[in-house]
Design a protein around this ligand. Structure first.
Ligand SMILES: NC(=O)c1ccc[n+]([C@@H]2O[C@H](COP(=O)([O-])OP(=O)(O)OC[C@H]3O[C@@H](n4cnc5c(N)ncnc54)[C@H](OP(=O)(O)O)[C@@H]3O)[C@@H](O)[C@H]2O)c1
Length: 227
């Protein structure tokens, strides 16, 4: 499978890229608005995976960098790894590259910082997932996943995962595909959370986790395991 990470030059893109390349045979396409930045990031991620394998001379892992549009065009699954307020523009830039064979994945949560900490601040559509749905052709399935994973923990290949991620969407086949893809990351369990309408409940976990990590010294890169 080919997985495109649009905005894959950022924190969550790096974490997902190195985990999928280390733990699976999938090809990872790092996307960026700037293809040179994408290629540089892809090389860095490949170095990380080689170093983790303990073999600096190993064949280069299948990670390559492209402009977002090209990455989306070549991929089966496309992850929108960009800040929430730029998700709509990013979808608009690639929408003519998508069809019903693709799955568009949103990990984004809208937040704002106040005196008391971070709070959930969804876009006018009601959630980032709803905004993505509005900007995506109806035939292309949209799935939410990976909101509650700390990028730092993902990118540190020495860190055990041992946590859950919540997956939601209206297209059962697409949700199943992303559940499988998530669970191919060692130590990650994917739980189905419902249809796209549950997006606010899942997205609002992100500010909660960030606040807990800020308020408690030993909870850096916090994750959740549901028992
Ligand atoms: N960080 C986390 O721990 C974490 C965990 C789970 C989910 N998330 C979600 O994942 C998404 C990405 O988070 P992140 O921390 O990886 O973000 P980030 O590092 O701040 O940004 C990711 C990438 O987005 C692109 N970008 C920045 N401004 C943009 C714009 N105006 N238009 C289009 N692309 C732009 C940049 O790529 P180029 O400049 O190369 O195009 C950047 O490298 C967010 O929606 C966040 O809510 C984050």
């Amino acid at each position: 499978m080919r997985i495109a990470l649009l905005g894959g030059t950022g924190d969550v893109g790096e974490g997902l890229a190195v985990r999928w390349r280390r733990d699976t045979d999938h090809e990872v396409l790092v996307g960026s608005r700037d293809p040179e930045r994408a290629r540089a990031a892809a090389e860095t991620y490949a170095d990380t995976v080689r170093a983790d394998a303990g073999d600096e001379t190993a064949v280069s892992p299948e990670i390559a960098g492209y402009a977002n549009e090209m990455a989306a065009d070549r991929a089966d699954v496309i992850v929108l790894a960009v800040p929430p307020y730029h998700v709509a523009d990013t979808v608009d830039a690639v929408t003519d590259r998508l069809d019903e064979e693709n799955v568009l994945v949103t990990p984004a949560a809208g937040m704002q910082r106040g005196e008391d900490g971070f709070s959930y601040h969804p876009p006018g559509a009601g959630s980032v997932a709803a905004l993505v749905r509005e900007h995506t052709p109806e035939s292309v399935p949209v799935v939410g996943a990976f909101h509650n994973l700390a990028a730092g923990r993902l990118a540190d290949l020495d860190a055990a995962m041992g946590i859950d991620t919540l997956v939601f969407g209206d297209d059962e086949a697409a949700v199943s595909r992303i559940v499988r893809l998530a669970e191919e990351i060692d130590g990650l369990r994917a739980l189905r959370a419902g249809g796209l309408g549950v997006a606010p409940e899942v997205e609002s976990l992100t500010p909660l986790l960030i606040n807990l990590a800020h308020e408690n010294d030993d909870l850096t890169d916090l994750g959740v395991r549901f028992h």
